[in-house]
Design a protein. Structure first.
Lengths: 335, 330
């Protein structure tokens, strides 16, 4: 995203800065909050998100951990159960699989399983997505998997406002919240109002209103989708772009209402196609707006391969603007 | 039995308490097995028969403010901790009067009032949790002890090693209590661990450790006193290995093909209740009347718990999804 000229009173920041400011703000607001994860302290965070925070808050609250994903995620769960408000950082979504037992079997279950006696007010931040040639063990988008799990919330901040604002709202939630930060967004620069603060984490947002087709997406794919919408506009197609923001619970109402207006939909999802969040969205459209549809719902997903290293192959595996434009035209019967 | 001089606090009253705790667990679980065959209790049922001296030796040493993390074989821990027999049994019946509202069953007893942070049915899964509970206490400067019970099977899990390392590295007040009953379900320790002297593993993490005869309630209690004292005063972890034996099958579905009857019989001679009772008799610390009184009291409590569980009600199906998340604040 190109740097924008700062309007009066706004500040120019990167997505990384916005996340860092959100963490800093939370640490200042609430002494129960602390950050823990691999290389969050002395290294400054694998993606430099937490750079500088150790000096400001000290090693107790900016807690470097050993490479023990299950151990420190479980420790975050226990600390949350005992009244703290931990932010656990998992360096990439692929590594989070080592902590999946704790996330699914403990964090997501314990309130229900204990008959509401214990809750886990924990936030887990994870880097997700491909595009940096990090190959098949660092590049996947598994947020849709996590969205399968009852008992947790799954957020995907795509904008600077959400990167800045979702964390605090998530920390106020009495239950576990996973925040997926797409690695391609960290360097995105834009402007943020100086008073930017907490945002709701329940509603999808219409990022571009339109009347011809609804493009439903989230996270890193939002910007590709908006670019595609721009190209479609040049061809006389007015696309509405919906940013889901929250993958669990899904805000059906917003995208179903949009599809009911435009009568056509394409879902753009960096996850794999089979059994994906895009499949779930498609199912809900069919369940709730079948008779409003003028065409089958389309999808643009990642190719069903481990994300490869070579740049041309990686790009071919991920959703692309070209593919989104083509899918939108296809549901409109245009070529 | 441990020499009496090791335990100056062993008054007659205390000795009878320990005996009663163990009898209470044994008789309660005997009833549970019966109720299981009657299909009042379903799912998995893991009995603690033979291992009672561990929970009874350790848990009363803890204070009410301390925390407990247990396993799926945790009826005994819950009872000794003070979770009522009524709500424990109602939970196993699946009734909403149960200590987890009937959502957890035998393997997931929870009780906030006694800081009982749950039975956990993922082997090793409770260890990171105990580290986190202790981390919260540590960060707030609260000198609570978190006692984490787990079997020797958990030692093979990565989470065991991650948790011991974290607790030692960060100086956290966790008492790790390994209930070494020699079998991870049906897999013997000797075919699952290269080092079968479990307490030695703690040394790799610079955690002080000791092994104790887990069939001797007095020895367990004496070790637990040392351990809890050490954890509370230092704020750092301690590792207690209690060497014990499960006299019954792993669960109600286990044909016990993996061990000889002779082995079970040999351990039966060491079982903790008879052994302690005989020792008390030898030392003239108990009268036949005491035993009769304990039996009567325990039988009455069990009968009351069964009646309570029977009279319990089913949670309305409309509440099925409730508490997947917290109720919205009014």
């Amino acid at each position: 995203m190109p740097a924008q000229a700062a309007e009066a009173g706004t500040v120019e920041v990167s997505y990384r800065d916005a996340v860092r400011e959100a963490i800093r703000d939370a640490l200042r607001r609430d002494k129960r909050v602390f950050l823990m994860g691999e290389d969050v302290g002395r290294y400054g965070g694998c993606y430099a998100v937490s750079k500088g925070l150790l000096a400001e808050f000290g090693p107790d609250r900016i807690r470097d951990t050993p490479l023990s994903e299950s151990g420190f995620t479980g420790a975050g769960i226990g600390a949350a159960m005992a009244g703290m408000r931990p932010i656990v950082e998992l360096m990439t979504v692929n590594f989070s699989l080592l902590a999946l037992d704790q996330i699914l079997n403990t964090a997501a279950t314990i309130r229900h399983m204990s008959g509401n006696q214990f809750g886990v007010p924990l936030v887990i931040r994870l880097a997700t997505g491909g595009g940096r040639q990090l190959a098949a063990q660092h590049s996947h988008s598994l947020e849709g998997w996590y969205a399968h799990i009852p008992g947790i919330k799954v957020l995907a901040p795509a904008t600077l406002e959400d990167a800045r604002g979702m964390l605090w709202t998530a920390l106020e939630d009495p239950d576990p919240v996973l925040i997926f930060e797409n690695i391609m967004l960290y360097n995105m620069i834009g402007t943020l109002a100086p008073g930017a603060g907490p945002v709701d984490i329940a509603k999808a947002a219409i990022r571009r209103p339109g009347k011809d087709v609804t493009l439903i997406t989230y996270g890193g794919s939002l910007w590709k989708t908006l670019e595609a919408a721009g190209q479609l506009a040049a061809e006389g197609i007015d696309a509405e772009v919906i940013d889901l923001r929250c993958l669990r619970p899904l805000d059906d109402q917003t995208f179903v209402a949009s599809v009911a207006r435009t009568r056509r939909a394409v879902i753009v999802d960096e996850g794999w196609r089979s059994g994906s969040i895009s499949a779930e969205i498609m199912a809900r459209i069919v369940e709730q707006a079948f008779y409003q549809l003028d065409a089958p719902v389309g999808r643009v997903c990642s190719a069903e391969v481990p994300i490869p290293y070579a740049r041309h192959l990686e790009q071919a595996a991920l959703p692309r603007v070209l593919g989104i434009v083509a899918a939108a035209k296809a549901v409109l019967g245009r070529s | 039995m441990t020499a009496a001089t090791d335990k100056p606090r062993l008054s007659r009253t205390h000795a009878l308490d320990l005996l009663k705790h163990m009898v209470r667990i044994r008789e309660f679980e005997g009833k549970c097995a019966e109720l299981y065959t009657q299909e009042k209790i379903r799912g998995f049922l893991h009995l603690y028969d033979g291992e009672e001296a561990v929970a009874v030796g350790v848990i009363p040493v803890l204070e009410p403010r301390d925390r407990i993390v247990a396993t799926y074989r945790e009826h005994g821990h819950a009872l000794v901790r003070g979770v009522s027999m009524r709500t424990t049994l109602a939970e196993m019946f699946g009734k909403q009067e149960g200590c987890s509202r009937g959502r957890g069953g035998s393997m997931h007893l929870f009780d906030r009032a006694t800081n009982f942070h749950g039975g956990n049915a993922i082997v090793g899964g409770g260890l990171p949790l105990s580290v986190g509970l202790a981390l919260a206490d540590h960060m707030r400067g609260e000198h609570n002890v978190t006692a984490c019970f787990f079997g020797e099977g958990a030692v093979a899990e990565g989470e065991f090693h991650e948790s011991l390392n974290l607790a030692a590295l960060w100086g956290l007040p966790v008492l790790f209590v390994c209930e070494n009953n020699l079998y991870a379900m049906g897999t013997a320790l000797t075919i699952s661990e290269s080092e079968t002297d479990i307490q030695r593993k703690a040394a790799c993490y610079r955690i002080p450790a000791e092994a104790v005869d887990g069939m001797d309630v007095i020895a367990v209690e004496a070790a637990a006193r040392r351990a809890v004292h050490a954890v509370r005063n230092s704020g750092t972890p301690y590792f207690l290995e209690c060497r014990t034996y499960r006299l019954r099958p792993h669960s109600m579905f286990d044909a016990q093909l993996y061990r000889d009857k002779a082995e079970v019989d040999a351990w039966r001679h060491k079982e903790p209740i008879v052994r302690f009772r005989q020792w008390l008799e030898t030392n003239h610390m108990i009268h036949p009347d005491d035993l009769a009184r304990i039996d009567v009291e325990v039988a009455a409590e069990i009968a009351d718990a069964v009646a309570f569980a029977e009279a319990g009600t089913w949670e309305p199906v409309e509440e099925l999804t409730r508490f997947t998340h917290a109720d919205k604040a009014a």
